[in-house]
Ligand binder design. Structure first.
Ligand code: ADP
Ligand code: MG
Length: 277
């Protein structure tokens, strides 16, 4: 882990130099609604700096919704309502002193389906990560951040000679690593990943897992996965979410991944990790 050398901050724009030091994220009593339908109730979880936290649980229990509340992405959904606090190094990202762009830059996101801009070049796809959060960079800084981000995403060697080719020309697994590079371009201190491998074949999945393992220690990672082996391979912490019939989702059990998998305290966790539902 943490094998990639980071660029000397002297050559980078001031806006990105607080990264990539990993940050602790702490959800306190997070609740969420879509209209009047409550889908999360009082979820509290600490995601320690530099660790990988896996969110597991059946479909529909609120994992993706929880993940979106961690960088205010849910505010893009008009009917979504939020309650609680999300502390980034002790500061509530919902405090009016935090702008949406602050939250999105410090806390990046990667989705299930690789979504690079297909007609845009590989180089410009990575730069788009900077543009989306309004980070101003000159040509030299762009070059440095593109190489650094593609290296950290484990893609540099494969694409260094074809940076001007369209992102859409890459394989699915490469496209997902390009999306990781795009998210890393602003040097986020936390990276949220919603089932990043579920659209990928086993070989591509393994490559993305290796990238996650390399990033651990440099950036705090929160990953939703339905793949129990993957959770066991990449995460140090694990939280099991469940929404029982007619009730909003919540965490049944959380702790060190090893303990959650090998000595679960709750029968429902034991049944889930053993594949019984
Ligand atoms: P998971 O990621 O664990 O499968 P989600 O967070 O996607 O769960 O969904 C939790 C609940 O919220 C589900 O009942 C789902 O139908 C509902 N939900 C998710 N997104 C929306 C939305 N945009 N509008 C209304 N309901 C939604
Ligand atoms: Mg989901």
């Amino acid at each position: 882990a943490g094998t990639v050398e980071m660029t000397d901050t002297a050559v980078l724009p001031a806006a990105v130099v607080d990264g990539p030091a990993p940050a602790t994220l702490e959800a306190r009593a997070v609740s969420a609604w879509f209209g009047s339908h409550q889908v999360l109730s009082q979820v509290s979880l600490t995601m320690p700096a530099g660790e990988v936290t896996a969110l597991i649980g059946p479909s529909g229990c609120g994992k993706s919704t929880f993940l979106r509340t961690l960088n205010r992405m849910h505010e893009l959904i008009p009917s979504a309502q939020f309650g609680g606090e999300v502390l980034f190094e002790g500061e509530d990202i919902y405090d009016p002193s935090w702008r949406l762009t602050d939250a999105r830059r410090r806390i990046g996101m990667v989705f299930q389906k690789p979504n690079p801009f297909p007609a845009m070049s590989i180089y410009d796809n990575v730069v788009a990560g900077l543009k989306l959060t309004g980070t101003k960079v000159n040509r030299r800084e762009k070059d440095v951040l593109v190489e650094e981000s593609l290296t950290r995403a484990g893609l540099w060697k494969e694409v260094r000679d074809r940076l001007r080719q369209p992102g859409g020309a890459l394989s699915g697994g490469q496209q997902q690593r390009l999306c990781i590079a795009r998210a890393l371009a602003v040097r986020p201190r936390v990276l949220l990943m919603d089932e990043p491998c579920s659209a990928l074949d086993p070989t591509s999945t393994r490559r993305v897992e290796e990238t996650i393992q390399d990033l651990a220690g440099q950036v705090t990672i929160v990953i939703v996965t339905h793949n129990m082996q993957q959770a066991a391979r990449v995460s140090q912490q694990c939280a099991f979410f469940l929404a029982e019939q007619g009730t909003p989702g919540g965490i049944v059990e959380h702790g060190a991944t090893e303990a959650v998998f090998n000595s679960p305290q709750d029968q429902r966790t034991a049944d889930y990790v053993a594949g019984r539902f």
